[in-house]
Design a binder for this molecule. Structure first.
Ligand SMILES: Cc1cc2nc3c(=O)[nH]c(=O)nc-3n(C[C@H](O)[C@H](O)[C@H](O)COP(=O)(O)OP(=O)(O)OC[C@H]3O[C@@H](n4cnc5c(N)ncnc54)[C@H](O)[C@@H]3O)c2cc1C
Length: 207
């Protein structure tokens, strides 16, 4: 069983009992999907191990923050990674940047930033619950997005884990070899992709 394999390698909790799987089978959407197992990773290394294992078994992995997505994005029949339990730390607060783990709740981050008279501008109505990881994946916005912009406008760098467990990095100027290949593949078609997007969303494509 997939959960047994995960339990041998993951440092965070592995949940595979019926009750836990039921809890994670729903989010703020109308959909329902029963995951094979849920893992609460401790850190990026844990995420890598889990992804490596899932990839070798051809089991899909889906991230989950607070589960406030309205379209069932955090649901999966494979492995759900709950980032909100352990990977929720603020790592560094600078004057013009902050480094966080993906599971931190936006409202909690704002409390920390308030000590420096700052806040993270994108403000989805779910801000007291939703996580930065979920906001980045959804490119969340809020009532003030017309003046401040969306989440994508405030992401400078990402450390990421690919589906096969490899570590990656992406920022505007510095990215790993896979990201460079993706950019080379999509770059020549940026105009075409932009043209297919609704007006107002075209600037989201910046290749
Ligand atoms: C009452 C309510 C009000 C809302 N208001 C707004 C609004 O004003 N504006 C708006 O834009 N949205 C809004 N939303 C939608 C939703 O809250 C946001 O999109 C929110 O940012 C999702 O964050 P989450 O942590 O709940 O993510 P989840 O729902 O848990 O996940 C969302 C997506 O992110 C992915 N994900 C999560 N963490 C990671 C990670 N660490 N790595 C990779 N992928 C990850 C998931 O796989 C999924 O695809 C609202 C929802 C509710 C229920």
């Amino acid at each position: 069983m997939i959960a047994d394999g995960l339990a041998r390698l993951a440092r965070g909790e592995v949940l595979s009992d019926d009750w836990s799987r039921q809890v994670y089978s729903v989010d703020a959407s109308h959909y329902e999907m029963l995951p094979a197992a849920v893992v609460r990773p401790r850190d990026a290394g844990d995420v890598q191990e889990i992804c490596r294992y899932a990839f070798s078994k051809k089991v899909p992995v889906t991230g989950r923050g607070a589960g406030t997505g309205l379209l069932g994005q955090s649901l999966s029949e494979g492995i759900v990674l709950d980032f909100a339990r352990h990977m929720d730390r603020v790592l560094e607060v600078g004057n013009y940047h902050v480094r966080v783990e993906p599971g931190i709740v936006k409202g909690v981050l704002d409390k920390e930033l308030k000590k420096k008279n700052k806040f993270l501008p994108p403000d989805p109505a779910s801000s007291n619950y939703c996580t930065i990881g979920g906001m980045i994946a959804d490119n969340s916005s809020g009532v003030h997005c017309l003046s401040y912009g969306n989440t994508i406008d405030f992401v400078e760098e990402l450390d990421l884990v690919y589906a096969d467990g490899a570590a990656g990095h992406a920022s505007r100027d510095r990215f790993d070899a896979r990201m460079a290949r993706l950019k080379a593949l999509l770059g020549p078609h940026a105009g075409l992709i932009q043209n297919q997007l609704p007006e107002g969303e075209q600037e989201l494509v910046r290749l």
